[in-house]
Design a protein around this ligand. Structure first.
Ligand code: NAD
Length: 490
């Protein structure tokens, strides 16, 4: 019974890479990695400790002056070489991505190719770091602004898409001339471990990128470390609060990419088939554990029931199962704890009057040893209920009807989060009007994830964080602004 378990042989073996040296063990706790497709242990990892963080920071600081001084064309060429390596490794990376968190194997090569695209895009900025001059007031002067690296950037990423998150930060940070200390999350450690190996195989100088694998204690040691100039954190709001409290001691800047409860607005004039297919991706993408998944569906009342019917029919065709199988479109959630939390939220949603249309029950049979929940759709969900307001982080969609554009906008914005919003309509004026009214960092019109490309800025409003990754805005996150005033008075 049960599904294929990852082979230990195919997984990276170095949880630390410090100053270019691969290390087989950290000095911290031992962690048994659990594969969510079977509930079995894949491997034991000796995690890093605060002393290992010290060594990683020292290596980054030692490498920083030369990396910062390297001419932009050489940084560009290294990053382009890395992009080529990532592309060549995309197939090999796929089983590691599945092994670390149960993400589906067929999506793996795309994730490798996406990582390559990020390095390629930001390589294009590495040789174009330019300042500007300012026409001054109040006397003859020459004034200019230059954009300088912070120095050493600490990167903390979550388990749900570690490679995606790591490369989304690392590419602009490196292009801007920063060195990096990255923490691979202990719950899903393999892809970032391999990424840092590939970076060295591509010829990056020792110490420019340093890896520590570990949990909360290692992240906290990075945040409090005086040798790290800026932290970029991708994860939950609860952890962000602890990180900000920690960073308050040193006044260290912290970029935050946090969770969401992104609204999907489906107007009666939408292409319903496409809107249902795209609506479903909010439950399927990353096995329902994507920060920007559209999980809060607001549907115009005149098409409410037909839309729900379409959504559930399509949900029935999504094969949930062994993530290593090539015909599988959805895998497990990360852990038993996550499953319990999600099912508890679904139960309370139903108790509060929501109508369960499909899913809700853990899968048995071959699925039983793993943490599998099918696509779960709850309709008639009260906008002020827990399941409508809080991030579920599982394959659960909540649906609520609306009667007017104004009501839809009001409901969509009535959230403490503001990461993404999705608008389905064929009315061009409405699309722009509603996009303009949305309180979210990334709006997609008739889309469901296509905007997650490195050339556009991504990030949240409200409790979904601040700062942007991607595009020129993403580069600016990893630059400090310096102004120079030269008095020209005789
Ligand atoms: P989490 O906040 O529990 O952990 C994130 C990372 O922080 C992990 O590496 C963890 O080890 C580390 N950490 C935990 N406590 C720490 C501390 N006190 N100091 C420093 N580091 C600490 O989040 P998670 O469960 O791994 O990920 C899920 C969350 O991440 C969801 O809320 C999701 O929406 C969010 N997320 C956001 C984005 C985005 O780009 N906006 C992307 C992916 C995930």
């Amino acid at each position: 019974m049960g599904f294929q378990h990852p082979s230990r042989e195919a997984l990276p073996r170095h949880p630390l890479i410090i100053g270019g040296t691969r290390e087989a063990a950290g000095h911290g706790a031992r962690h048994a990695h659990v594969y969510p497709g079977t509930g079995g242990i894949t491997a034991e990892i000796a995690l890093a400790d605060a002393g290992d963080v010290d060594r990683a920071v020292a290596a980054a600081r030692a490498a920083a002056p030369a990396w910062r001084a390297l001419p932009g064309d050489q940084r560009r060429n290294l990053m382009l070489k890395l992009a080529e390596r990532m592309e060549a490794e995309a197939q090999a990376l796929a089983p590691m991505l599945t092994a670390e968190n149960g993400s589906i194997l067929i999506a793996g090569p795309h994730m490798g190719a996406d990582a390559a695209q990020k390095f390629r895009y930001f390589a294009g900025w590495a040789d174009k770091i330019e300042g500007r001059t300012i026409a001054t007031w109040g006397g003859p002067a020459h004034d200019y602004v230059s954009y300088e690296p912070w120095g050493v950037v600490g990167i903390i990423v979550p388990w749900n898409g570690p490679l995606f998150a790591a490369t989304m930060v690392m590419a602009p940070a490196l292009a801007a001339g920063n060195c990096v200390v990255i923490k691979s999350p202990e719950l899903a450690p393999w892809s970032v471990m391999r990424l840092v190996e590939i970076i060295h195989e591509a010829g990056f100088p020792a110490g420019v990128v340093n890896l520590v694998t570990g949990g909360a204690d290692v992240g906290a040691a990075m945040v409090s470390h005086p040798g790290i100039d800026k932290i970029e954190f991708i994860g939950s709001g609860a952890t962000a609060r602890k990180i900000l409290a920690n960073a308050a001691q040193s006044l260290k800047p912290v970029g935050l990419e946090l969770g969401g409860k992104s609204a999907v607005l489906v107007f009666a004039d939408a292409d319903l088939q496409a809107a249902a297919r795209r609506g479903l991706s909010g439950a399927v993408s990353a096995n329902g554990q994507g920060c920007v998944n559209g999980t809060r569906l607001l549907v115009e009342r005149s098409i409410y029931e037909p839309y729900l019917q379409m959504l559930c029919t399509m949900a029935g065709h999504v094969k949930v199962g062994d993530p290593f199988a090539m015909d599988c479109f959805m895998g497990p959630v990360i852990s038993q704890n996550a499953l319990d939390r999600i099912q508890g939220m679904v139960r309370r949603g139903r108790d509060g009057g929501a109508r369960l249309l499909c899913g809700g029950e853990r899968l048995g049979g071959d699925h039983a040893p793993g943490y599998f929940l099918p696509i779960t759709v709850l309709a008639d969900v009260a906008p002020d209920s827990e399941i409508a307001r809080d991030e579920v982080f599982g394959p659960v969609l909540v649906v609520t009807p609306f009667d007017s554009e104004e009501e839809a906008i009001g409901q969509a914005n009535d959230s403490s989060y503001g990461l993404g919003a999705y608008i389905h309509t064929q009315n061009l004026a409405r699309a722009h009007r509603v996009a303009g009214a949305m309180q979210a960092g990334q709006i997609q019109v008739n889309g469901s994830g296509e905007a997650m490309t490195p050339c556009v800025p991504f990030g949240g409003m409200k409790q979904s964080g601040h700062g942007r990754l991607g595009g020129l805005e993403g580069l600016r996150e990893f630059q400090q602004v310096k102004n120079v005033w030269v008095n020209l008075a005789a």
